[in-house]
Design a protein around this ligand. Structure first.
Ligand code: PEP
Ligand code: MG
Length: 904
């Protein structure tokens, strides 16, 4: 017997529910669930993801599927009282994709299937001939695009030509005759290149569409989206075949998209957009700019005042759906002759700001518990709350210079400035030379790579629920949509706004929070949350989002067991990090202190020193500077531990490589240019990242280690002597062999004794090492006998474990990730199977060698949500990350603890 692939719904009954999303896709599972709840949903059936998986394997319709579809159509005919292909009363259906994890707009949809030369008259009889022929041309156009893969641009041009001839810009001014003539022309175009054209047989249309949806699982944009969202490739899509309802049958019809809360701010207001006399794709594709649902914002144009009864019903349904799903819902609806139908509900995509506010308010409303609230927020999205806004002064002068260009919908928060790129490809190209804004008439899913590279997105058409807005919000990109004052010409490479003409490459700025677009470059600065927490320029109660953020963070801190530290190199950064929740410093890179103007010369003198005496003299100049730096950091951190790493990078990094600065240095040092150039040549290495760096510097020049130890501990003694606190942890970088650490620890301890004697006081300090060479990870038991802590340097560990440069292999990695050779960039998200295993082994064996060993991680992975969860599971004591990523680390650590609790 063949497998059952079909799950029907209708008449208040469904073969499935929301729990079956893996099999039915999110859309199918929720259509079933809504049907079971008695919410009005047009009847239909879902072909399961198993059929798609089978189809992808064999390229054939799975055994038994045709017969099952025939039976499902028969049941649908019974439920609707119409017949598929019937000339008098034809059943029309939609065919839509629907994966288990929502991939908005990435896969295919075909509407109005079942129209043909034979059935058009029956459809005309339902309403009027203009409507019916419009449906028919939509079908031919969509089918040609999606199933036949034809260029449909010529079809759009024909529509525009007809509108021009009539002196109108509105589709609604075209008559039945216009659409009928266009259908004929479209069918001709569909036969392009002598290929098979649009099929007039409804059954053929149905199967063409079902197979196109199966195949769309593997189209380029779906693959690219899956890479970005880390969605597995083998899930497949379900196919939903559903009786059509029409939002475009007349003025008592409408269609729209709604959110149960504001997806940009998270505010608990019913929020959405609608269009009278239109089909759903008109709203989502952004081809017409829709009106708001609620009167408060929409005035007379709102659905509430235009169709009060349908609105009241919709309002009731949305409240029910949110309560039922216990989450903010994103709803698609159609009103046919005043009758409301729900076409979709799913958990709504939201900005980081909205995610935080919704989660906290839902917990407070008693809709969900605290653990659920914490798990709801994508930890990585928290970074958005710290996203920049325009600098007040820069904005003021832009405003007074009259550089406001236009206003659109505030579709994704945050300020962005950059050069205009008018296509996704140009955005990708131009982004190599600095920030770009992607500016489009409307975006389509093909633009995804350009959207990724752009600082912000600006579109002339489309509402807050258009593709541009949805995807931008999810990516955390500032976005202004539906900015219809922009007259964009791709051909001329220009944007006209009134009498201003901008060209590709000109600077434009946008504020996705207010919706304003400006001519020119406007500097940006930290966000509201950043200003409340970090620089204190905004009061807690002056900020809307801060109280929600603070509450979520306090809940996260109650649940998490993993410590969270920061990577900071200056007292200012350290102080900001403490405000963002840092419990200590996990990494201070001392080399960053040497690059400043007044220090670099002293450091270079140290490098060029010919013997130890000369080197010690140069180090003597550096000692007070380093001591002052460390004292500042200890003061900022108080009782919190501060891990300071000894010098790490290869010395040639500190010397100039261009002729001009080399000449200047030669003058400063009293050398000849040739002497400087010889020195640079002598220090240069073929593989500097695998060369004379890290602890190898300290082994070959112990006086550097001695000076830095002295600076750290003298600073600690001074701070403690002044009544403060200092908890230093001295970290040795890049060891590969236990003896290196034994040698350096002996030197550090001896230097410490000298300092304590001189200062007449002792401070507690630890000596530990970074584990960032695979050999060190494997020698951890022995190394731990000399170390009081390990900190995993997962940047170098990843580089060396993969044998892939961390500095210049980004394009190769993109290629690998896109090609599915790697699940994600391992420099961003820890490679759990390989590098992660080194971490786990090292942690376990390190603790065998020293049961009190403290374990942390200070590579970039310490601020990546997924990686943080992994480090929790690996049993580390803390993660350390850059200050803006601290909220992400705190929340991810709480989520990891909650996930742990749920499985034990
Ligand atoms: C690391 O390698 O992970 C690390 C933190 O050190 P750096 O990035 O300075 O090499
Ligand atoms: Mg390193």
């Amino acid at each position: 017997m063949s497998k059952g692939y079909i799950h029907s719904f209708g008449d208040g009954r469904a073969d499935g529910d929301a729990g079956l999303s893996r099999l039915l896709g999110g859309k199918g599972a929720n259509l079933a669930e809504m049907t079971n709840l008695g919410i009005p949903v047009p009847p239909g059936f879902t072909i399961s993801t198993e059929a798609c998986i089978e189809y992808m394997k064999t390229g054939q319709r799975p055994d038994g599927l045709e017969q099952q579809v025939d039976e499902a159509i028969a049941l649908l005919e019974q439920r609707t009282g119409m017949k598929f292909g019937d000339p008098n009363d034809p059943l029309l259906v939609s065919v839509r994709s629907g994966a288990a994890i929502s991939m908005p707009g990435m896969m295919d949809t075909v509407l109005n299937l079942g129209l043909s030369r034979d059935t058009i008259a029956g459809h005309v009889a339902r309403a009027d001939d203009r409507f019916a022929w419009d449906c028919y041309r939509r079908l031919v156009q969509m089918y040609s695009d999606v199933v036949l893969d034809r260029d449909v641009e010529p079809m759009e041009r024909l529509i525009d030509a007809r509108k021009d001839a009539k002196g109108t810009t509105e589709d609604t001014d075209l008559t039945a005759e216009d659409w009928q003539a266009l259908v004929d022309q479209f069918i001709e175009i569909s036969k392009a290149d002598g290929g098979q054209g649009f099929p007039d047989d409804p059954r053929e249309q149905l199967w063409g569409s079902i197979e196109a949806v199966f195949a769309s699982w593997n189209n380029d944009r779906a693959i690219s989206y899956r890479r970005m969202e880390r969605i597995p490739d083998d899930l497949g899509t379900a196919v939903n075949v559903q009786a059509m309802v029409f939002g475009n049958m007349g003025d008592d019809c409408a269609t729209g998209v709604a959110f149960t809360r504001d997806p940009a701010s998270g505010e608990k207001v019913f929020f959405g957009e609608w269009l009278r006399n239109a089909q759903g794709e008109d709203v989502v594709a952004g081809t017409r700019t829709p009106q708001p649902l609620k009167t408060a914002v929409g005035g007379d144009a709102s659905l509430e005042s235009s169709m009060p009864e349908a609105f009241a019903k919709l309002n009731e349904v949305q409240a029910r759906l949110e309560k039922h799903y216990q989450d903010m819902q994103d709803i698609e609806f159609t009103i046919q002759r005043g009758e409301l139908y729900l076409l979709q509900t799913r958990s709504g995509k939201r900005t980081g700001v909205a995610a935080v506010r919704c989660a906290v308010e839902m917990v407070e409303e008693g809709l969900i518990d605290q653990a659920t609230g914490l798990k709801r927020v994508n930890a990585d999205a928290l970074e958005q709350l710290l996203k920049p806004v325009f600098k007040t002064e820069a904005l003021k002068s832009a405003e007074s210079a009259g550089s406001r260009l236009a206003h659109g919908l505030n579709a994704g928060p945050g300020a962005a400035t950059g050069r205009v790129a008018l296509s996704a490809d140009r955005a990708v190209e131009m982004s190599a030379d600095g920030p770009v804004l992607l500016v489009r008439i409307e975006t389509s899913p093909e633009d995804i790579d350009g959207m990724k590279k752009a600082e912000g997105i600006l579109t002339a058409r489309g509402g807050a629920t258009s593709h541009a807005a949805l995807v931008a919000r999810q990516m955390g990109k500032p976005c202004v949509a539906g900015c219809d004052a922009l007259d964009i010409s791709y051909d001329n490479g220009t944007i006209k706004v009134g009498d201003i003409t901008l060209r590709e490459g000109d600077f434009v700025s946008l504020d996705g929070t207010t919706g304003w677009v400006y001519q020119g470059e406007i500097g940006t600065e930290p966000s509201e949350v950043y200003r409340v927490i970090v620089d204190g320029t905004l009061g807690e109660d002056e900020s809307v989002i801060y109280p929600y953020f603070a509450k979520l963070m306090s809940w996260a801190d109650e649940h998490r067991r993993l410590g969270v530290r920061t990577n900071s190199d200056t007292p200012e950064q350290a102080a900001a990090a403490v405000k963002l929740g840092a419990q200590g410093i996990g990494l201070t890179r001392t080399e960053h202190m040497f690059f400043e103007e007044d220090r670099i010369l002293a450091f270079r003198k140290m490098i060029v020193a010919e013997d130890e005496t000369a080197r010690r003299a140069a180090l003597g100049e550096l000692l007070p500077m380093q001591r002052a730096d460390f004292a500042g950091i200890f003061e900022a951190m108080g009782e919190r531990p501060v891990t300071i790493r000894l010098l790490d990078p290869p010395l040639h990094e500190f010397l100039p490589h261009e002729k001009e600065p080399q000449e200047a240095l030669a003058k400063q040092l009293g050398f000849t240019l040739e002497q400087v150039q010889d020195l640079v040549a002598k220090l240069s290495e073929s593989n500097p990242m695998l060369g004379h760096r890290g602890c190898r510097l300290a082994i070959s020049y112990p006086e550097i280690c001695e000076m830095q130890t002295r600076a750290i501990l003298e600073a600690a003694c001074d701070v403690v002597g002044g009544g403060g606190q200092a908890v230093p942890e001295i970290m040795v970088p890049l060891i590969s062999e236990a003896k290196e650490l034994v040698t350096l620890r002996t030197l550090i301890d001896a230097t410490a004794e000298k300092v304590f004697e001189e200062k007449g006081r002792r401070v507690d300090y630890l000596v530990g090492t970074m584990i960032e060479i695979p050999r060190a990870a494997l020698m951890s038991k022995l190394i731990a006998e000399t170390a009081q802590f390990f900190s995993f340097g997962t940047n170098d560990l990843t580089q060396m474990a993969f044998g892939l440069s961390r500095d210049d292999t980004a394009p190769l990695l993109d290629f690998y990730v896109e090609g599915g050779h790697l699940p994600a960039d391992p420099f961003q998200t820890i490679d759990q199977d390989g590098v992660g295993r080194l971490v786990e082994t090292s942690a376990r064996e390190g603790r065998e060698g020293n049961p009190t060993l403290k374990l942390g991680i200070c590579g970039e992975h310490g601020g990546d949500g997924e990686s943080v969860k992994f480090f929790h599971r690996a049993g580390l004591d803390y993660v350390s990350c850059s200050p803006p990523r601290l909220p992400t680390a705190r929340l991810a650590a709480a989520q990891a603890a909650l996930e742990d609790d749920a499985t034990t």
